[in-house]
Write a protein that binds this ligand. Structure first.
Ligand code: GTP
Ligand code: MG
Length: 368
C-alpha cells in the first residue's frame, strides 16, 4: 500500500522518520511522500529524513518557534488558522500514486494531536483516499494535562480519520522522563509494524504476486468502518539458506527453490501468530472486541505455508469472535526472518483510556 505520511508535533515527526528509515532498510518503496509540521523549530530541524521543503513551522506568532508546551487549545487554534500551510507539502506531490494518507502524532502534547485532526479533516475533504491516524498515547500516566490532551485528541482523531492505530507508550516504558534514545527504540518498533503492513500491500511487479499476496484493498477493507486498531507482531530468524556447494550451485543455475520441512513451517507460523497476539500489542486491549482482523506473514516464499496461514486465520477468528479475518502473505526472497503481523480493527476502548480519564478528571483547564 503506497502511503503519504504526515508527522505532526515532535513525536509525530519522529515516527515518520522511523517509517522512512524502515522503508530504506527494507529497500522498499511504499512511501510516496513524507511531511512534518511543528510549532517547535528545533524539533523540526532535528529531523533528518523528512525533506526540508516538506517541513512546516507554524504557530510562530503565538509561540515564536518554541512550541505550545502542552497547550492543546492554542495548538488547535493555530492549526485551524494555518491549515493551508500544513497541507502545502501535498501540492506538488504524486498524490494519485498513493493509496492512503497516514497522519502520525503524539496525543499528549499541545501541537501534534490537535494538528493531526485538522490535517486529517482537510485531507478527507480534498482527496478520495482513506486517512489513517497513528496516535501515540502520552507516556505519563499521572499528568492531568497530558491525560486530558490524549483523550480529547484521540476522540478528534478517531472522528476525522478512517481508523487510528493506537500506540500505548506507557505500557512499554516505566522511566520518566523518557530519553530520546528510548523513544527512538519505541518509534522504530511502531514503524516496523506499520511498515510491514504497508510494504505487504505494496505489490509492484507481476513477479511479486503470489497466490495470496495482501493488496491495498484488503488493508482498506480491514480498516473500513473506523475506530481504533491495534497491531501485534512477532519476528524470528529463519534457518540460513543452504550454503553447501550443491545449494549454491542450484541457485547459480537459477533454481531458487528452497526445500522446507512443512511441519517446521507450520509450527513456526502457529507459534509466532500466538506470540504476535499474546505478546505486546501496540495497544493492549480485549481482542474479543475486534470487528475485523488481518494476518500477514512475511518471509522467504518456501516458508509461507498456505495451510498454516489458513489454520491460524481460523484460530484468530476464534480468539476475536470475528468472522471477518483476512490473511495474506508477503514473499521476500532475501528475508532472513519470518514475521507475523496481526492487525485488529474496531477494538473497544482499552482500559488505559479509563485510567487516563480518571487522571484527566483532576484537570479541567481545557475546553472542547
Ligand atoms: N512514542 C513517542 N512518544 C513521544 C515522543 N516524543 C514525545 N512523545 C510523547 O508524546 C506526547 C506529546 O509530546 P510531543 O510530541 O513532544 O508534543 P507536541 O505535539 O510537539 O506538542 P507541544 O510540544 O506541547 O507543542 C508526550 O506526552 C510524550 O509522552 C517520541 O519520539 N515517541
Ligand atoms: Mg513540541
Amino acid at each position: 500500500m503506497n502511503v503519504f505520511c504526515f508527522g505532526a508535533g515532535k513525536a509525530g515527526g519522529r515516527v515518520v522518520e522511523q517509517l522512512l528509515q524502515y522503508e530504506r532498510q527494507l529497500k522498499a518503496d511504499f512511501i510516496v511522500g513524507a511531511a512534518a509540521c511543528d510549532t517547535t523549530a528545533a524539533d523540526l530541524d532535528a529531523l533528518e529524513l523528512v525533506p526540508e521543503d516538506a517541513r512546516v513551522l507554524f504557530g510562530t506568532a503565538e509561540t515564536n518557534g518554541e512550541g505550545f508546551e502542552g497547550d492543546a487549545a492554542g495548538g488547535t487554534e493555530a492549526a485551524k488558522k494555518e491549515h493551508r500551510q500544513l497541507l502545502e507539502p501535498t501540492d506538488d506531490a504524486p498524490i494519485a500514486a498513493s493509496d492512503a494518507f497516514v497522519v502520525c502524532a503524539g496525543l499528549g502534547g499541545g501541537t501534534g494531536g490537535p494538528t493531526a485532526a485538522v490535517i486529517a479533516e482537510r485531507l478527507s475533504e480534498m482527496y478520495d483516499q482513506p486517512v489513517y491516524g497513528v496516535g501515540v498515547f502520552s507516556t505519563s500516566t499521572t499528568d492531568p494535562q497530558r491525560a486530558s490532551n490524549t483523550l480529547r485528541s484521540l476522540r478528534r482523531l478517531v472522528s476525522t480519520t478512517d481508523h487510528v492505530f493506537g500506540f500505548d507508550t506507557a505500557s512499554r516504558v516505566k522511566e520518566e522522563p523518557v530519553s530520546d534514545e528510548t523513544y527512538d527504540t519505541l518509534n522504530a518498533e511502531l514503524a516496523r509494524r506499520l511498515g510491514t503492513l504497508f510494504a505487504a500491500g505494496e505489490v509492484t511487479t507481476a513477479d511479486d504476486v503470489g497466490e495470496s499476496v495482501v493488496d491495498a484493498s484488503e488493508i482498506m477493507n480491514t480498516l473500513r468502518g473506523g475506530g481504533l486498531a491495534t497491531l501485534g507482531y512477532s519476528e524470528r530468524p529463519l534457518p540460513p539458506r543452504d550454503t553447501s556447494v550443491r545449494g549454491r550451485l542450484k541457485r547459480l543455475i537459477g533454481d531458487d527453490t528452497e526445500s522446507v520441512d512443512q511441519i517446521d513451517s507450520l509450527n513456526r507460523i502457529t507459534t509466532q501468530t500466538r506470540e504476535a497476539v499474546r505478546g505486546q500489542l501496540t495497544l493492549p486491549c480485549d481482542i474479543g472486541t475486534a470487528s475485523r482482523g488481518l494476518l500477514v506473514i512475511t518471509g522467504r516464499p518456501a516458508w509461507l505455508n498456505r495451510d498454516a496461514i489458513s489454520q491460524n486465520q481460523g484460530w484468530l477468528e476464534d480468539q476475536t469472535g470475528s468472522l471477518e479475518v483476512r490473511n495474506g502473505d508477503d514473499p521476500r526472497p532475501d528475508a532472513d526472518a519470518l514475521s507475523v503481523l496481526v492487525v485488529l480493527g474496531g477494538v473497544a476502548p482499552p482500559e488505559r483510556l479509563t485510567a487516563l480519564q480518571a487522571v484527566a478528571d483532576g484537570d479541567d483547564t481545557n475546553d472542547d
